[in-house]
Design a protein around this ligand. Structure first.
Ligand code: AMP
Length: 393
């Protein structure tokens, strides 16, 4: 995965460079961008191309318009924000068919360093089916393709995979950073490597558990998925999340992994799934009528002691129901520990990213993945089609 060409490996001056970005930003009812992190994340690649005299043609999806034009999912607000950030006009090609007369005319008129943004690629129903015709239309606008959208790298769509069949395809800075951090953390880590897995279900993370067990020195398991492991050890789990179909699987994992797997030793239990519920801390069995919603203080200390030695940490999934303040302590304490740790810390997408940001510790981590599903598939050891499609070095 680390042997892919990057935008610095190709000549871009004077070339029409199509860049697949992830501009899937949240908008409020008036079309204002409420979180511009993804635009900020795309700027290094855009700036490099502008500074090096490329004709920069940007494209992205936004939301799920399901193959037809939906005005509330237009990328027009992104063009406006990008213009402000770049300090120069980003021409918005407002074609409902994405590659239409506006796009063609705008590209034909481009000078070196100019920037054009195409309309939401998912206005076209072909996009998510990777239909050759739309891929060829996108490719016809450009000479070189740069993929910088990690969030969709686990999908084979026209704008990231199909188009790469027609043009020399390389990675942008953002996607390269993801490959470098996630790839090194899992496949070439500074050891000890400790993975922290949490979240609701064992079933959704089986492949991650299996792949990581082959690579890590320790695997810490918290969150709702820990109770299926507790049940596998013969403990009672009360009303906690439990996947009975996976108890046997958890038993097998525990047998095979031995002391590689580290589980919580105490639990914050509640008598209702509610922030104001009555709570207590229990070790061992969880009593009838109570459910585990966070790891307890002894587990926090245990997990911290395992993390203290780590030189690389990969974290995916919260330790409890962190969305409720009374059950966020385990997650917050792990986030705070990672923020202080002298180690490479990689936060693998989804809810753990939300938790780290909620704790205000985002900038203290080595890398925060921009792709929830993509980072999970990466941790599963799967090849991501959007990365496979790039030219090898
Ligand atoms: P996932 O998408 O599988 O990473 O799961 C994230 C979700 O797991 C978050 O919404 C958490 O609230 C939830 N979660 C974590 N711990 C628990 C728990 N002990 N009981 C119920 N839900 C949990």
């Amino acid at each position: 995965m680390l042997n892919k060409k990057t935008l610095e490996d190709v000549e871009v001056r004077g070339k029409r460079v199509l860049v697949r970005c992830d501009f899937n930003v949240p908008l409020d009812a008036d079309g204002n961008i409420t979180d511009e992190n993804r635009i900020v994340g795309a700027m290094p690649t855009i700036n490099y191309l502008v500074e090096n005299g490329a004709k920069v043609i940007l494209c992205s999806h936004m939301g799920k318009p399901k193959g037809e034009p939906v005005p509330s999912m237009s990328l027009a607000p992104v063009a406006k924000r990008l213009s402000e950030k770049l300090g120069k006009e980003v021409v918005f090609a407002a074609d409902n068919e994405v590659v239409g007369e506006n796009a063609k005319a705008a590209v034909a008129a481009m000078a070196e360093g100019d920037v054009v943004l195409l309309e939401n690629t998912r206005y076209r129903k072909e996009e998510t089916k990777n239909v050759a015709e739309f891929s060829a239309e996108l490719a016809s606008l450009a000479d070189v393709f740069v993929n910088d959208a990690f969030g969709t790298a686990h999908r084979a769509h026209c704008s990231n995979v199909g188009v790469a069949e027609h043009l020399p395809a390389v990675g942008g800075y953002l996607i390269n950073k993801e490959i470098e951090f996630l790839g090194n953390a899992v496949n070439n880590p500074v050891r000890p490597l400790v993975a922290v897995l949490g979240g609701s279900k064992v079933s959704s993370k089986i492949s991650v558990i299996e792949n990581l067990l082959k690579k890590v020195d320790k695997l810490i398991i918290g969150g709702g998925m820990a109770y299926t492991f507790k049940a596998a050890m013969g403990q009672k789990t009360g009303n906690s999340l439990l996947e009975t179909d996976y108890i046997e699987y958890a038993k097998k994992m525990l047998e095979e992994a031995g002391d590689k797997i580290v589980l919580p030793i105490d639990t914050v239990v509640a008598d209702d799934f509610n922030n104001d519920a009555n709570t207590q801390i229990v070790e061992g069995d969880i009593p009838e009528g109570w459910e585990g919603l966070d790891i307890g203080p002894k587990s926090i200390e245990l997990f911290k002691s395992v993390l203290a030695d780590a030189k690389t940490v990969v974290w995916n999934g919260p330790m409890g129901v962190f969305e409720m303040s009374n059950f966020a302590k385990g997650t917050n304490e792990i986030a705070a520990m990672l923020a202080e740790l002298d180690a490479v810390t990689v936060i693998g997408g989804g809810d753990s990213v939300a938790a780290v940001n909620q704790a205000g510790l985002g900038d203290k981590m080595s890398h925060i993945s921009t792709g929830g599903g993509a980072s999970l598939e990466f941790l599963e050891g799967k090849e991501l089609p959007g990365i496979v499609a790039l030219l090898d070095r």
